[in-house]
Design a protein around this ligand. Sequence first.
Ligand code: AMP
Length: 401
Amino acid sequence: MSIDFNQKRVLIRVDFNVPLNDAFEITDDTRIKAALPTIQMVLERRGSVILMSHLGRPSKKLLPDGSIDKVKFTLRHLVDHLSECLGVPVKFCPETVGSTAAEMAASLQAGEVLLLENTRFNAGETVGDEAFARKLSTLADVYINDAFGSAHRAHASTTVVAKFFDKDSKAFGLLMEKEIENADKVLHDPPRPLVAIVGGAKVSDKILLLDRLISFADAVLVGGGMAYTFIKASGGQVGKSLVEEDKLELARELIQKAKSKSIELLLPIDSVIADDFAVSAATQIKSSGSIDDGWMGLDIGPEARKEFGKRIRDARCVLWNGPMGVFEMEPFAAGTRAVAQAVADSTNTGAFSLIGGGDSVAAINQMNLAEQVSYVSTGGGAMLEYLEGKELPGIKAIRKV
Ligand code: AMP
């Protein structure tokens, strides 16, 4: 990063939206850890750091009197742990903007860190209010956006604030840079064959991703609940598996599109089926297109695991988004586990692999394979939109001169 941080106040938008337990203790600090390199870089280069983030959705969980729950959603809960991680005391400002924030920011010395209160305590945040964004901008000399997980939102602190800094005084943080760089490896001239694995509950969440992949991947492997909409659309019998009736036509179109472009769209040959959505359900292995009434497919079966595994191991570039089954329940986790292992194996033989989004990230972590793939995105919805080919507002705002 070419910006000179010496004696500068640097406003960094991070994603500290970490899960907390009932005692307000952090149960997973992955997001905090991911933001540390950028913060440390600024401190090492003799700048001071003003951190801002959202935590939760306070406006969706108002107190009975209609006010924001400032006890539950305060970023104060993070101060001790953040201080420990950084090895420097972190000052906390009980407001995001205002006279106290201005005073605390102005008196920061090089090497010091100030954490502002939850950006979403301000009504202007999620609507991208200019006046609020301008107030944020007055706190600092430089703006860095390192909150990739929020880059698809045109909020005041993620997007609008950037317009108040000239192009030499704003930049992506190191995490954000890494996310973009790794996604671009898949999107721009990837090594081939490129195999994409798409799973998860619903087709409707991943239509744009599937549509795009069918234009440029060599093979698309579809698993998870969404596979049954495709199987039904191709004339299969799926019992009471998850099916989006209103997406059957779309599934047919996607199958047709893949055919016309000679891109392989692979559905699971067989499934682990169950008579109930429960750990204790009776299970069988069945061909995915002949599931009897009263039964539902909750995981890809052993034949599908083998076929998907081979495709993945033969790939030179792998993109994975979404689990192959209800992996949270042990009887339906084998398919996701097999895919995770195949992605790790493929990577070990030189393929580039990107785990891009939500539940497949949880799965790869749960299976302790995160170290054996090329990149695990912190992005969730933001990564999904980036892969869909959308221009994310948080990225555009920094790139715009
Ligand atoms: P998504 O957030 O779209 O990636 O979906 C993840 C969720 O899909 C997980 O909670 C899985 O339990 C669920 N899921 C995966 N496979 C199935 C299936 N065959 N039937 C129902 N739900 C599924």
